[in-house]
Design a protein around this ligand. Sequence first.
Ligand code: SF4
Length: 319
Amino acid sequence: MTGEQVTIVLANPRGFCAGVVRAIDIVERALEKFGPPVYVRHEIVHNRFVVESLECKGAIFVDELDEVPDGRPVIFSAHGVPKAVPAEAESRRMLYVDATCPLVSKVHREAERHYKDGLQIVMIGHRGHPEVIGTLGQLPEGSILLVEGAEEVAGLEVRDPARLAYVTQTTLSVDETAEVVQALQERFPKIRTPRKEDICYATTNRQQAVKDIAQSCEALLVVGAPNSSNSRRLVEVAQKLGCPFAALVQRAADIPWEALAGKTRVGLTAGASAPEVLVQEVIDAFRARHEVSIEYSSTPDEDVAFKLPRIVAKVTAAA
Ligand code: SF4
């Protein structure tokens, strides 16, 4: 197949979202301000390449706060943390910086508001995902019922069907979530909906960009990590639209060349935590085997940016 002409259709937008840029920036600025090592609780974002780059600069990733020595700063990941985590940090008088994405924090505040209003909350999300653990942990145990799919709605046992609200994980499939919401609204017509959509702009836009190109491609590759929720959803979106082959690759070494044999039009995108350098690495790997031309999808660019926490805002990030 070497030398064959292949068109790569690049989805736009793809890759880093504003929450991921902010989280990485926080770690880099904290390293500059406090000097290494700076501790980070959990993967700052779900991408090994990003984590390893930060490790090279002096970040140390840990599972829990008891692994952080006294006197060293610790950063909480972009996915958000249960309230017990900052509480523990405060009780130990630790210096911590919260890199929770503001759009995840918005869901936290929303859940708290419903709870204060005396409503029971249903969360649509994936069991065990750090963001879901963080959101459930904003309120006393048992305050939030979790559903993963529409088929689970019938089995929900609620306190009062008229006093319910729902929130969602920010990185879900837009279409599947709509099905779960519909099932909830059919069973509980009075359930309160989020004031503003919980699935974030980055998730929505990246899924739309895949929808725009998937049907015109014989295959689609998503650069992203297996534990990245929004990246996995992009593969599913392409599959649901009938794209004959869609797969997640962490980087060029994972490209499934055998499955791509004979495919001359390949879509390419990246999850919100995957850096553009890995997309370029994939393109270079194609160029090493094929005559490559690039086509760009025409979705408008994003211009979302989030403010940094004050404690690191005034530091000039290292180049
Ligand atoms: Fe924030 Fe969305 Fe990015 Fe998650 S995917 S960090 S919610 S902008």
